[in-house]
Design a protein around this ligand. Structure first.
Ligand SMILES: [Zn+2]
Length: 422
């Protein structure tokens, strides 16, 4: 079997896990727009894909260890001692009804890189390690990038174990159930480099007809929760001019966020986005003037100051809207992840490795968060992107063409080889 067929086989075989009915999908036209892949952390389907990956790691000669929060590490020692490890990997859990490449590509791509080095008899000087991170998606346990947060010391093991899914099971319980509650304590002190290959999950590479991207920055994300208090009243008997309609005020805020984000794209940053994706309307009844609305504003950019300026302008607009409609608006910052810049050394290494194998990569940013967001806190970390057809991900129609996957795998392999001899 040639090398591409090997990686393709891993993705096609594991693409069956969490798909109902389980089907091998090798071409875009075989995708069912309604039936994607569902394998949240700790489920039986998640166990199957983990078992499959562990088997492939052992076949490739890696020594496999599982840590307390179910992260999997497959290690190949290097010819030199006292050198920092080069780690590569991603996650194997999925969103509900997602795609077969998100996460899995980074895991099986890293395993394939090791197999290619084995085939060539390549001698790595630094140790190489493939990593699988538990519960990246937040589809079963919140917050997202959960177990890599434990790995980098942002969250305690007990706190992670006690997180509950929608069925009320804890992460500790489900890991125990699927046989992935290990005892290994992986300190990152010896890990020098981390590289994650991932599907872009956006339209840029696909639109420009390019195969490989190098991520320079990962967007930060901010959630502002707004509660608008008006006065609930009869829709038939309450005259227009005395109403305090919370939903009308909310509508102005939704429009403001959208319009202002559009303006800032021109003025400040092409990467800035502002979204209102959720409204809770009370009492949400057709013949009652809405008395209360809860909404979440999601703001992202690669520059923290830009995020702050969209936030501040929105809060100022909310003040004006408050006066205009006689409502009371309360705001609360509920989530804040700062943008991160990935390692220049790794970015440059991915760039030169790509050119070494005849591929010209595009420097770009990531709008989505990844385990790399955590790893960059403790290691020199970088990311390789391959295109998402039509920019779709976290959906059944997520797809990446096999030729692009092969190019990504070539770049990843060359990068890991070069880093392992630095
Ligand atoms: Zn992912």
């Amino acid at each position: 079997m040639d090398t591409m067929d090997r990686l393709k086989k891993d993705l096609v075989e594991t693409g069956k896990f969490g798909r109902t009915p389980p089907r091998r999908i090798e071409r875009y036209d075989q995708l069912d727009p309604e039936k994607g892949v569902t394998r949240p952390a700790g489920t039986e389907e998640n166990r199957k894909v983990r078992d499959y990956a562990v088997e492939r790691m052992r076949e490739a000669g890696l020594t496999v260890k599982i840590d307390k929060v179910g992260n999997i590490f497959g290690r190949k020692e290097g010819s030199k001692t006292n050198t920092g490890t080069v780690m590569s990997g991603s996650h194997l859990d999925s969103v509900i009804n997602g795609g077969m490449f998100d996460g899995a590509l980074g895991v099986f791509g890293a395993i394939e890189a090791i197999r290619r080095m084995n085939d060539e008899g390549f001698e790595n000087e630094r140790p190489l390690e493939v990593a699988v991170f538990t519960a990246e998606e937040g589809s079963a346990f919140s917050p997202t990038i959960l177990a890599s947060s434990v790995l980098v010391g942002k969250m305690g093991v007990d706190e992670a174990w006690n997180r509950k899914n929608a069925m009320g099971q804890t992460l500790g319980e489900v890991l125990e159930n699927i046989g992935y509650k290990g005892s290994f304590e992986r300190s990152l002190d010896d890990v020098e480099y981390f590289v994650e290959m991932h599907v872009e999950q956006g339209p840029i590479l696909d639109k420009e007809g390019l195969s490989v991207g190098i991520v320079e920055n990962i967007s930060g994300m901010m959630w502002i929760m707004l509660t608008i208090l008006g006065s609930e009243n009869h829709a038939g008997t309450t005259p227009m001019r005395i109403r305090k309609d919370a939903l009308v005020a909310a509508a102005d805020i939704v429009s403001f966020v959208n319009k202002r984000a559009n303006d800032l794209v021109e003025k400040l940053s092409a990467a800035i986005v502002g979204t209102v994706g959720r409204l809770n309307v009370f009492p949400n009844v057709g013949n009652i003037v809405p008395g209360k609305v809860e909404m979440v504003i999601d703001i992202r950019d690669v520059v923290q100051e830009n995020m702050a300026s969209l936030k501040n302008e929105t809060l100022k607009a909310a003040k004006d809207i408050e006066n205009k409609y006689g409502v009371d608006i309360r705001t609360q910052l509920t989530s804040l992840h700062l943008p991160v810049t990935l390692s220049n050394e790794v970015i440059n290494m991915i760039d030169s490795s790509a050119r070494q194998v005849g591929i010209v990569p595009k420097r770009m940013n990531s709008g989505a968060g990844h385990d790399c967001l955590n790893m960059v806190k403790r290691t020199k970390a970088g990311m390789i992107f391959v295109p998402s057809v039509n920019g779709i991900s976290h959906a059944p129609l997520e797809w990446t063409n096999w030729e692009d996957i092969e190019k990504g795998a070539k770049v990843l392999t060359q990068t890991l080889k070069n880093l392992s001899r630095l």
